[in-house]
Design a protein around this ligand. Structure first.
Ligand code: ZN
Length: 106
């Protein structure tokens, strides 16, 4: 596996394990944070664009699975196909979080 440093978007230091990683949407980008930095970050200035819901972790996985099912379901309904696209976004973000950061950590 290719090595890649995952740097916290808040303090700029390296994130060493998946347990210490929180990925969240900041504006339109998926960004990595330390667990501590994230919980502090949500209370500080850049909360306007920073999502309160982490993408990784248990809840992130659950909502990605639900979104995938809904997205797939709406694909077959001809007048509501747009929802398929909307529900696909969380699935895409979950995948981005994994491929950009989580797979580089233990
Ligand atoms: Zn940090």
């Amino acid at each position: 596996m290719k090595e890649k440093l995952v740097l916290c978007n808040k303090c700029g230091r390296m994130i060493e394990s998946r347990e210490d990683l929180v990925t969240a949407v900041n504006f339109v980008f998926v960004e990595p944070y330390h667990t501590k930095c994230y919980s502090r970050g949500v209370k500080s200035l850049n909360t306007v664009f920073l999502s309160n819901t982490p993408i990784n972790g248990f809840m992130g996985n659950v909502s990605a699975v639900f979104s995938a099912i809904l997205s797939f379901g709406f694909l077959f309904s001809s007048d509501m196909r747009i929802f398929s696209l909307i529900f696909f976004i969380p699935v895409l973000l979950r995948a981005l979080s994994y491929f950009n950061y989580e797979r580089y950590l233990k």
